[in-house]
Ligand binder design. Structure first.
Ligand code: AMP
Length: 217
């Protein structure tokens, strides 16, 4: 099954992609995670992307399309995958269609997370993850049960993304409205667009997504 989780930064698609990936057994592909890894490793792609990412702008279509072409060609993607943060422009969506058609597959669903702008910045600047196991938390909505210790592995080592600051968050929200939102009519015309309430509690959002996925399976 191929599912695209779609929405502005901070809408919760990364959190839900991890849950859905475990639930349906398909890999979670986040272009943001892949780019951050490239920056960390200082690869050629990482060097090209670092400055753009720090400004909250979009990395070039060519770079991200290549990353997705390569990653979706790996064996664990044969039965499908969950896309988080890709596509973000019309050219990326068209490239994705070509990649998927070429493999004889289809996009089963695009799930749009509705969250209004006024809620996004606080959600973005509040988030942090466990450095050891990757569990996600948020100052505003999901603190660890014990202060400063991960609920899952007990580690006290947490990390925050460099681009999760107010200035960059605003630029990322702007990029979403200008460059990514125009994809909504693109997928509505293909009759694969579904919308959910991204402001609901995490568990309720998961239920909405799993209900949708059951219907299309
Ligand atoms: P994310 O983790 O999805 O919030 O992405 C973090 C940053 O990576 C974005 O602000 C962009 O600079 C870059 N990025 C991630 N995915 C894409 C994409 N599909 N197209 C362009 N830039 C992207």
């Amino acid at each position: 099954m191929i599912v695209i989780l779609f929405g502005p930064p901070g809408c919760g698609k990364g959190t839900q992609a991890k849950i859905l990936s475990n639930a349906i057994g398909c890999p979670h592909l986040s272009t943001g995670d892949m780019l951050r890894e490239a920056v960390e490793l200082s690869t050629k792609t990482g060097k090209l992307a670092a400055e753009v990412m720090a400004k909250g702008k979009l990395v070039s279509d060519g770079i991200v399309a290549n990353i997705i072409q390569e990653r979706t060609g790996q064996k664990d993607c044969n039965q499908g995958f969950i896309l988080d943060g890709f596509p973000r422009t019309i050219p990326q969506a068209k490239k994705l269609d070509k990649i998927i058609e070429g493999r004889g597959l289809v996009i089963n669903a695009v799930i749009e997370f509705g969250v209004r702008d006024s809620k996004l910045v606080n959600r973005i600047i509040g988030r942090f993850t466990c450095k050891n196991c990757g569990a996600s938390y948020n100052d505003a909505t999901l603190k660890p049960k014990l202060e400063n210790a991960c609920d899952i592995c007990g580690s006290r080592d947490f990390i925050r993304r460099k681009d999760d600051n107010e200035k960059t968050a605003m630029a990322r929200i702007k990029a979403y409205h200008c460059e990514t939102e125009p994809l909504l009519p693109y997928y509505r015309d293909k009759k694969i667009l579904n919308s959910i309430d991204g402001l609901a509690p995490i568990k309720t959002v998961t239920e909405q997504i799993l209900d949708l996925v059951k219907k299309i399976r």
